[in-house]
Ligand binder design. Structure first.
Ligand code: SAH
Length: 406
């Protein structure tokens, strides 16, 4: 195995458990960087020559190496099998039914790999060249461990281009157009292959459950609903009405059907269009809901979008706060890794201060346990969901409401 040597001082993060090496951290005088074969294993050494781990490389990528083992072990079928078995046994311990994210990249010590399991159907996302090169080994491990009926090789993740990989999808076996996903005592039909790959967001499972305590007999707004994840749990818990808002008519069609299936007694409204416009309109009409959930797509995809993204989070949270009844609840989510949980709390605080509301943070939720966070890699923690109770009564610490401030 070739050696990849780090510059002095660049070993600290790795010694603390992190798994990535950035190209500017490599000592290019002591490493034959240009001749490293993309996708191959190298031994990572600190400036004194001590081995820090075994990594696969891609010298053309900003993250030029990803550690998969602390000793000299190739990333071969045997190691893939070991890691997949560990991932599977964790999920089997956590969940009663085989519906979960089976592999979550570095969280499962499998850099470049994400697998969602829907019973006997799998969707696989490969995001590194090294993992792409080991696709056949991976395929054979999956067939041995899971015996899937179908595998959707979903190669549409944009970050593949950073590794020089092509985009597209590939179906192996009878990939269904849609299928049923059991979760939180509900069953939702989700599209898998209709035109574009979609699927189900398993990461919000524990946060959707918060609806159970809040929604009974109440009016609920599920904004950025997709196929109804939050609203369906609310309906099942006995909500009087659920209003879904999303830009996708197709997703809203599923949301309506999923609510009818799980909560036929709950009144359903779907509002198609940009959620900023929809929430503004509801505000202008003086509408209020006892529970408002907002779960937007990542407004900050890359660090350089931070400022612009933060403005969008502030705006949507301000609109959401304005729609909560006195004593009702806001469930606000962000899946932007770069948005810190304190930033999201700040968005709510800022909005409530301007509107003369009193927010009480009751709970902070994270991505579910089938998306295990690597404790040394903040990059693996991305989802946060705040449960905030909002009081409209004048409080000593709030300014009077300013109507124009939403
Ligand atoms: N809450 C969902 C997941 C939401 S995913 C769940 O629990 O499963 C984000 C959703 O936001 C997608 O359905 C997408 O169609 C929608 N979306 C993206 N941008 C939007 C916009 N500007 N207005 C309304 N919906 C939008």
């Amino acid at each position: 195995m070739q050696t990849l040597k780090l510059k002095r001082g660049e070993d600290r993060r790795l010694k603390a458990g992190h798994l990535w090496i950035f190209s500017n951290e490599v000592d290019t005088r002591a490493t034959d960087f240009k001749n490293l074969v993309p996708g191959e294993e190298v031994l990572v050494r600190d400036c004194q020559g001590h081995v820090l781990g075994c990594a696969t490389v891609n010298p053309h990528s900003l993250i030029c190496a990803r550690i998969h083992a602390r000793s000299a072990r190739p990333l071969d079928e045997e190691l893939l099998s070991e890691r997949l078995e560990q991932a599977l046994s964790l999920r089997s311990a956590l969940f009663a039914e085989p519906y979960y994210r089976l592999v979550y990249g570095e969280g499962d010590a499998l850099p470049g790999l994400v697998i969602d399991r829907f019973g006997s159907h799998l969707t696989v996302q490969i995001t590194t060249l090294a993992m792409e090169q080991r696709k056949e080994a991976l395929r054979s491990v999956l067939h041995r461990l899971i015996r899937p009926e179908s595998i959707l090789w979903d190669n549409t993740v944009a970050s593949r281009t950073l590794e020089g990989l092509a985009l597209g999808t590939e179906c192996e076996g009878p990939v269904p157009d849609s299928l049923d996903v059991p979760e939180n005592d509900c069953v939702c039909t989700v599209p898998l292959l209709e035109g574009q790959k979609t699927g189900w967001f398993y990461d919000q499972r524990p946060n959707r459950r918060l609806m159970e305590r809040l929604a009974r007999g109440r009016d609920v707004l599920d904004a950025f609903s997709y196929v109804g994840g939050f609203g369906v749990v609310a309906g099942h818990a006995g909500a009087a009405s659920v209003t879904f808002a999303d830009a996708s008519a197709r997703a809203l069609g599923y949301a309506r059907d999923n609510l009818a299936r799980n909560a036929p007694q709950t009144a359903c409204t779907v509002l198609e269009g940009d959620a900023f416009d929809t929430l503004r309109r509801l505000h202008d009409e003086g509408r209020r809901f006892f529970v408002v959930s907002i779960d937007p797509p990542a407004f900050i995809k890359r660090r350089k979008d931070y400022k612009e993204g933060l403005v969008a989070y502030r705006r949507i949270n301000a609109l959401a706060c304005s729609l909560v009844e006195d004593g009702g609840y806001l469930l606000t989510s962000s899946c932007s890794q770069a948005l810190h949980v304190d930033d999201l709390r700040g968005c709510v605080a800022h909005a409530c201060a301007r509107q003369g509301l009193h927010p009480r943070l009751l709970h902070t939720g994270w991505q579910g346990p089938d998306h295990p966070i690597h404790c040394a890699m903040p990059e693996t923690a991305y989802l946060k969901c705040l449960l905030v109770q909002i009081s409209r009564q004048p409080q000593p610490n709030t300014r009077p409401a300013q109507a124009a401030n939403v």
